[in-house]
Design a protein around this ligand. Structure first.
Ligand code: ADP
Length: 327
């Protein structure tokens, strides 16, 4: 069946992935493969912009790629690779930076947020982050970028850079990417308050053991009004219940009913969640262990992806260089 177009998405190498990454990104990556030619990139260069210390990018890249494969990314169809393995992206970034007004970059709300988060490291690369992102999308001639509402402004910005480039060079070399609006759930962490993430250490790793998963789930914050076992609970304000909606569909009516009348306590409820999570993730974990048996497997996939990505990138760069008149 003919595919609808080419999708690009990138994620920084954050190592072992958690439930937030899974529900908010990876699940969708897997599903998109049915309808689109997909290009999924581990954006290690982007990671450098906010690194105060040099983390183990290689290890984090391998762990993340392993999770992607185990979750169902099909590397024979999908181009899955590491950003820095295709250096043409930095060349395109430089060229596109000449088509981007500095004031617009420093005005972006996302830039201001980054400055607030990393006040001692407001580096040049941080300002150019959206230009590098545009280079990623444009280099692989992708026409579709899946986005949640919070990322829409970046893609709008990428479209503007591409339009400016095409207009000023009087060419149609680059493709203006379309946004594919997708509803992404915001998965809260074990604190029940903030977005699940590694930096807050409120995450549950997909590749954790069943015991680790149970231990993590046991730390989850539930309805704060429920102080004692006999207090009735309010599932609608409880993050454990939110995860049950995804992972325990069969038990959901029982949990909803019994929580409200204190028929089950939070500990019971969490044990059910850990069981559901472990059951749901068991096939993923088995596949992950199988792939991990061959330590070269992940790198073979990533290098093969880089080769296929390079073939597209070289062609785009020939066109871009010709359009700007580089000799
Ligand atoms: P990046 O900075 O590259 O987006 P992250 O690790 O923060 O790296 O996120 C990778 C992907 O996982 C993104 O698409 C992001 O929206 C999604 N994601 C991360 N954490 C969560 C979460 N708690 N809930 C929903 N989606 C999440």
């Amino acid at each position: 069946m003919a595919k609808k177009g080419r999708v690009f998405s990138g994620a920084r190498p954050t190592g072992r992935q958690h439930l937030g990454n899974y529900l908010g990104a990876i699940k969708n990556y897997v599903a998109l493969q049915d309808d689109y030619e997909c290009v999924y990139c581990i954006v290690d260069l982007h990671a450098l912009t906010t690194m105060d210390e040099f983390e183990d990018l290689k290890q984090n890249t391998a762990e993340m790629a392993l999770d992607w494969l185990a979750a169902g990314i099909r590397p024979d169809e999908t181009i899955m690779f590491v950003q820095s393995h295709v250096p043409q992206v930095t060349e395109l970034h430089t060229i596109l930076s000449m088509f981007t007004q500095l004031g617009k970059l420093t005005d972006l709300p996302t830039f201001k947020e980054k400055v607030a988060q990393h006040p001692h490291n407001v580096n040049y690369g941080l300002v150019g982050y959206p230009v590098l992102m545009t280079a990623d999308i444009a280099l692989y001639k992708t026409d579709t970028v899946p986005v949640g509402i919070d990322q829409a402004s970046h893609i709008e910005f990428a479209r503007e850079i591409v339009r400016t480039f095409n207009h000023r060079t009087q060419s149609n070399v680059l493709i203006e990417p379309q946004m594919k609006n997708t509803e992404y759930p915001k998965v809260l962490g074990t604190d029940g308050a903030q977005k699940m993430g590694k930096s807050l250490n409120n995450h549950i790793e997909l590749a954790a053991t069943p015991e680790e998963t149970l231990a993590r789930v046991m730390t989850m914050v539930t309805d704060p009004q429920r102080q004692r076992r006999t207090d009735p609970g309010r599932p609608e304000v409880c993050n454990v219940f939110t995860l049950h909606k995804t992972f325990s569909p069969n038990e959901l009516p029982m949990i909803d009913r019994e929580c409200r009348v204190a028929g089950i306590g939070c500990v019971d409820c969490k044990k059910i969640l850990a069981k559901s999570l472990n059951a749901d993730l068991a096939p993923f974990r088995a596949r992950r262990a199988e792939i991990a048996k061959d330590p070269n497997r992940v790198w073979d996939v990533l290098h093969d992806g880089a080769k296929r990505a390079t073939a597209i990138a070289e062609k785009t760069m020939d066109e871009v260089k010709a359009a700007v008149g580089l000799p």
